[in-house]
Design a binder for this molecule. Sequence first.
Ligand SMILES: [Zn+2]
Length: 329
Amino acid sequence: MDRYDRQIKFPPFGREGQQKLQNLHAFIMGVGALGSGIAEQLVRSGIKKITIVDKDIVSLTNLHRQSGYTEADVETMMPKVFALKQHLSAMNHEVEIEPLNEEITARNIVGILEEVKPDIVLDGLDQFETRYLMNEATRQLNIPYIYGAVIGSQVSVFPIDKDGPCLNCVMPDVPETMESCDVYGVLPPAVHLTSSLVVSELFYYLMHGTFSYKMVTMDIYKGTMRSTSIKALKEEDCEVCGHHNYPRLAHRELDQLRLLCGGVYQIRLNPDYFEKPLQEDVHTLLKNPFIKRLKYKTYDMTLYQDGRLLIYNVDDSKNAQNMVSQLFN
Ligand SMILES: [Zn+2]
């Protein structure tokens, strides 16, 4: 019996839907909770190929919601894309899985999409800046994109292509509450709902040959759910999809210092530091070819091979910068 028998038996999907899925290449941007959930559903359903992109390793605080990973991945400090590929291949060896262990920025996003040539981009991101970059890159290259976001208990999913509004039409600026992952946290069922709604929109697209052009929002704390048409939200005067200007892609400077979720500071060093000997009082607790876990006095740090240094339990940006200039000069 065909392993996809149950979904093929759903008449509107049928063999034709399965055939379309088996010819589809999806680019999943970020494989934290959202992206790993999306990837698992698509691999089990028999998609042709997925390209998965992420720059992080698996950490213990991921495991409460990121169903693609295990405690063993935390112990080995495995980059998410490699750990996920291993788990997904065991679920369905027929699907081609291409991992990209990279940070996506304004400098590389268009080039990566041009090289990968996906049929569709799916949102597995946990922060808005990269979503706006992806909105511009997919509008520039005319690739359909399904947006999905979750914060706290709130879920929001809608499709983007040339015929509907883009992210910039719907939300010209990052909503103030949206970046505050520390304040709002995230509930696992909200994440799994979001992954499922993204995949649902993709299945709608396969079955109807077009998007639904609906935004679905849910709040699992309030117990509310809405589905609204978004076509009327398209702004003819939108800088991105109306005038084809891409200001965020044009801004190619990378932040040297950033405060990440969890009160962690990220500082960019020259990638050479990954191989250089460290000062005596900096201790290497663990290392693999991708990262080193370091300890200096009471501070914990993670150094990536691309030069990103994460500093934990430091009180402010000044202290973080002072420490780095002492240790890495
Ligand atoms: Zn627009």
